[in-house]
Design a protein around this ligand. Structure first.
Ligand code: RP5
Length: 200
């Protein structure tokens, strides 16, 4: 079945919004491999770092959906139980008492769940981090760092999971690693000038 057919016949509003390197919603292409979900649309600026890393660095289309376990638990359960079969990894972000990733890990014994704690409120994300990481035995959540680095790393971790069975993603992961190495090289090339600036 072509990607086009899967998108137009199988995806509906209940599945969330498809996002790919080509665009958003009707402009997006391909079948979603990852669900990027979060407790509120106020988490979106943070989670766009995960979405953009997935689509632009690794060419991975994803579904984006808001799911709040504190405001509408029943819809979350329905959405997560009815994910399109092409979705193989879930990235879930929340701030505060962050129960979303753990609840998804319990609902979906078959899918890896990656948690991104949002840096929010009086405890600045430490509450979300501990809520996600202290899962009881049997329902693991792979918890990333609080904030921006965590969102980007969630996308890389999801890509690594998909790369186990997808050589094209494996290649893009290698290219991403090369870009990071090139940054160190560039920094060393400009180092003498920077050091001179410090000793002026
Ligand atoms: C969490 O509460 C959400 O994931 C968000 O991080 C936080 C605040 O939500 P809003 O009050 O901004 O909607 O459930």
């Amino acid at each position: 079945m072509s990607h086009e057919v899967i998108r137009s016949t199988a995806l509906n509003e209940e599945h969330g919004v498809l996002v790919s390197a080509e665009g958003v919603g009707s402009a997006a292409r391909g079948e979603p491999r990852v669900l990027v979900t979060m407790g509120s649309d106020s988490d979106l600026p943070l989670m766009m770092k995960a979405v953009d890393t997935l689509r632009f660095e690794f060419g991975i289309p994803c579904l984006v959906q808001i799911n709040s376990v504190h405001r509408d638990l029943r819809s979350m359960v329905r959405h997560i139980e009815n994910l399109p079969p092409s979705v193989q990894v879930v990235i879930a972000c929340a701030g505060g008492a962050a129960h979303l990733p753990g609840n998804i890990a319990d609902l979906r014994a078959d899918l890896p769940v990656i948690g991104v704690p949002r840096d929010l409120g009086a405890l600045k994300g430490v509450d979300a981090l501990l809520s996600m990481v202290q899962m009881p035995e049997g329902a693991p959540v792979a918890v990333m760092a609080i904030g921006d680095a965590g969102a980007v790393n969630a996308a890389i971790h999801a890509a690594k999971e998909l790369a186990i069975a997808d050589p094209a993603i494996k290649e893009r992961l290698q290219a991403y690693a090369e870009k990071r190495k090139a940054k160190v090289q560039r920094q060393n090339q400009g180092l003498e000038q920077k050091l001179q600036g410090f000793s002026d």
